[in-house]
Design a protein around this ligand. Structure first.
Ligand SMILES: C[S@@+](CC[C@H](N)C(=O)[O-])C[C@H]1O[C@@H](n2cnc3c(N)ncnc32)[C@H](O)[C@@H]1O
Length: 317
C-alpha cells in the first residue's frame, strides 16, 4: 500500500489485532484459561481491562471460550477509542450470533443460550478510575494489554492490583521488552543508533511531569509483581513478527507498519544524536520497503500472568 497521507490510531489498533493474534503466548494463554474461576449466572466472571483501546480483547476472550457469564468493564483514556469500541462491538457481536441489547450508551448486553455477557465501556484515566473504584468494587481478572510500558509501573501496578479480589488474576500480554528490529539492514550502525534513541524516548517519557514508560517493562515486571506481593503464574514471549508472504502483508498489516515507522519519525525527528538528513532518508526507505513488501519488523514483548494472594482457606475457584 502507498504511504498514508494521514494516520489514525484507531485504524492502527484495528490493524494490530492480527499481529497480536499471532504473537500472544500460547502457554500463558493456557495458564489463564486454567486459572480462571468458574463463571455461573449467579457469579459471572468480573473482568476489568485497562487501556482497552477498541475492545479487541473482548472479541479474543469470547473466541477463546472464556466469556460465558461475564461482566466486562473496558476503560481507556481516549474518548475517540471508546466511541469506536461502542460502534465496533455490537457489529462484531451480531456477527457471532449473539443477541445484542444496548442497555445504555455505556453498556452492552450480549446473550445467547448458555451465555450472558455485559460489556461496560468508559473513557477515563486509569488512575482516576482506581481512585473512584477502590473499596467499592473488585474484579476476578484484570487485563492490561500493551499498556504497562506506557505508565509508571512501580506506582500504577500496586494501585491496579488493589482492584482485584483476593486470589484475583492479572494478565498483561504484549508488554514491550526492549527489542525493535527491522530487516533488511540499511546501515547497521544507523539502525542500531535509531533503535537505541527510540527506546530512550520511551525511558524518558513523562506524563504530567511523572516518568511514564520503560523500554524494558516486560523483564522488569517480574520484580514489580514480586514487590507488589503478586505471584507470577506464567510468562513467555509474544514478539510481533510482521513480514509479507506471497500475497503481501496479511490483513491491514502494511498500514500497521507504516504507522510504526510514522511513530518513530514523530518521536525522533530533531533528536540530537541523529543526523537529520540520514534519519529522514532512513524513514523514507523504511516506508518504501513496506510498499515493496520487503520490510520485516520484529518487536520483542512478553506476556505475564500473575495472581494476588488469596487468604488461607479461600476455596473460590
Ligand atoms: C498501545 S495501546 C493498546 C490498546 C489495546 N490494549 C490493544 O492492545 O489493542 C495503549 C492504550 O492505553 C491507553 N492508555 C494509555 N494511558 C492510559 C491511562 N493512563 N489510562 C487509561 N488508558 C490509557 C491508550 O489510550 C491506548 O488505547
Amino acid at each position: 500500500m502507498p504511504i498514508p497521507l494521514t494516520y489514525s490510531f484507531a485504524r492502527y489498533l484495528s490493524a494490530k489485532k492480527s499481529v497480536d493474534d499471532r504473537a500472544l503466548n500460547w502457554h500463558v494463554w493456557q495458564g489463564l484459561v486454567a486459572a480462571l474461576p468458574r463463571a455461573t449466572p449467579e457469579q459471572p466472571l468480573r473482568v476489568l481491562e485497562v487501556g482497552a483501546g477498541l475492545g479487541t480483547m473482548v472479541e479474543r476472550l469470547f473466541a477463546g471460550g472464556m466469556l460465558t457469564h461475564a461482566a466486562y468493564t473496558a476503560i481507556d483514556l481516549e474518548p475517540v477509542l471508546i466511541t469506536e469500541a461502542r460502534r465496533r462491538l455490537p457489529q462484531w457481536a451480531a456477527a457471532q450470533g449473539l443477541q445484542v441489547q444496548q442497555d445504555s450508551q455505556a453498556q452492552l448486553h450480549l446473550q445467547r443460550p448458555g451465555q450472558d455477557i455485559r460489556v461496560a465501556t468508559e473513557a477515563i484515566d486509569l488512575l482516576r478510575f482506581i481512585a473512584r473504584e477502590r473499596g467499592q468494587r473488585t474484579w476476578d481478572l484484570l487485563m492490561a494489554q500493551a499498556l504497562l510500558d506506557l505508565v509508571h509501573v512501580p506506582t500504577t501496578l500496586p494501585a491496579l492490583l488493589s482492584l482485584l479480589r483476593p486470589g484475583g488474576l492479572l494478565y498483561c500480554p504484549i508488554t514491550f521488552d526492549g527489542g525493535t528490529v527491522f530487516q533488511p539492514e540499511i546501515d547497521p550502525e544507523l539502525d542500531t543508533a535509531i533503535e537505541a534513541c527510540y527506546h530512550q524516548t520511551m525511558d524518558r517519557r513523562l506524563v504530567a511531569g511523572k516518568p511514564s514508560g520503560d523500554s524494558r517493562t516486560g523483564r522488569h515486571l517480574f520484580t514489580h509483581l514480586q514487590d507488589a506481593g503478586a505471584e507470577v503464574l506464567a510468562a513467555g514471549s509474544s514478539d510481533w513478527v510482521v513480514f509479507a508472504g506471497a500475497n503481501g502483508y496479511a490483513a491491514d498489516e502494511a498500514y500497521f507498519l507504516h504507522f510504526i515507522i510514522h511513530t518513530m519519525d514523530s518521536a525522533l525527528t530533531g533528536h540530537a544524536d541523529l543526523d537529520a538528513g540520514r534519519f529522514t532518508a532512513w524513514i523514507a526507505q523504511r516506508h518504501a520497503q513496506v510498499e515493496q513488501g520487503t520490510l520485516v519488523y520484529i518487536a520483542h514483548q512478553l506476556d505475564l500472568l500473575g495472581r494476588v494472594p488469596a487468604p488461607p482457606g479461600d476455596t473460590k475457584e
